[in-house]
Ligand binder design. Sequence first.
Ligand code: ZN
Length: 66
Amino acid sequence: MMDNKNEVIFQCRKCEHNLFIEGIDLKLIDRISKMECRSCGEEPEENWILVGLGNSEEQKDDYNWR
Ligand SMILES: [Zn+2]
């Protein structure tokens, strides 16, 4: 089911830390591509993998969030 609560999930290649992004646009994608991982400090270059859609509140136990 798709609703506006869905967030885009990115994953750190190194430590599998998940990043939930609400209301994503191209500017935000550009920012994420320059962000290092908050969890392991991995460099941003080619680090973030787009893993799909999710909801950080409903899935907080399934994901390594923040
Ligand atoms: Zn990481």
